[in-house]
Design a binder for this molecule. Structure first.
Ligand code: CTP
Ligand code: CA
Length: 222
């Protein structure tokens, strides 16, 4: 096969990226959220687009600018994110950076009033978007997950890689100030082992990961 020009090695490839948190409504005015800023996922989408990929970015509620050349789909809940990911297939690779809420509640149709009995938040598990994608009929050739951990980072990420059937897991140590911050400390967990990267700006993590994705897709064109 003809090689893509070196500067745009992902030309002609479609890469799906999820980013940001999801919000799970409690009632029309309240929701459950998490600390994800979306910055690492948006930086990865930008880096992949810089390498020539057609990037679909499924974004939870964040206040970030869409990177140039990226096709962005905004969603709010985990269920909406799951549907948007399924609708964006097929893709050559997927990078699931979103901090998807693990649970949703049965939302009240009207605003709950302070004078009411305090609502019991009965949580139900959300679909696992990464595991569904990695085990589905339209599985992208390269499936990359993230793992946000506060302890036993590499051990838990390694278990997640196998459990979800992802190819790679980027293990994210979130015990520091990573949320909303400019830098990230990650370990790349693959079938070949673990690579620990030095603490880097999120844009540099994104560029290094995009380069690795390009190398994986170009070296193994099937
Ligand atoms: N993920 C997903 N759908 C979910 C939950 C997580 O697609 N409902 C994805 C995330 O985008 C990430 C990976 O799975 O790529 C790991 O997310 P994480 O929250 O670290 O793992 P969980 O399996 O949810 O386990 P836990 O939160 O208990 O550590
Ligand atoms: Ca989780």
């Amino acid at each position: 096969a003809m090689l893509a020009p070196r500067e745009r090695p992902l030309a002609g490839r479609h890469v799906l990226v999820t980013a940001g948190p999801t919000h799970e409504p409690i009632d029309p005015v309240r929701y459950i959220a998490n600390r994800s800023s979306g910055r690492q996922g948006f930086a990865i989408a930008a880096a992949l687009a810089d390498l020539g990929a057609a990037v679909t970015l499924v974004a939870g509620p964040v206040t970030l600018a869409t990177p140039p050349g990226v096709h962005r789909i905004d969603v709010v809940t985990a269920a909406e994110m799951a549907a948007a990911v399924a609708a964006a297939l097929p893709a050559d690779a997927a990078v699931m950076v979103a901090a998807v809420a693990d649970w949703h509640v049965a939302a009240a149709p009207q605003k709950v009033k302070k004078g009411d009995k305090p609502p019991a938040l009965v949580l139900a598990e959300n679909p696992d978007i990464l595991a569904t994608l990695a085990q589905g009929l339209q599985r992208p050739r390269l499936v990359v997950g993230f793992a946000a951990e506060t302890e036993r980072v590499v051990e838990q990420a390694t278990a997640k890689r196998i459990r979800k059937r992802a190819d790679w897991i980027v293990a994210n140590d979130v015990s520091g100030d990573v949320f909303g911050g400019e830098a990230n400390t990650v370990h790349l967990v693959t079938a070949d082992g673990v690579e620990s990267w030095e603490r880097l700006p999120k844009a540099a993590v994104a560029r290094r990961l995009a380069d690795r994705i390009a190398a994986a897709l170009v070296l193994d064109p099937f």
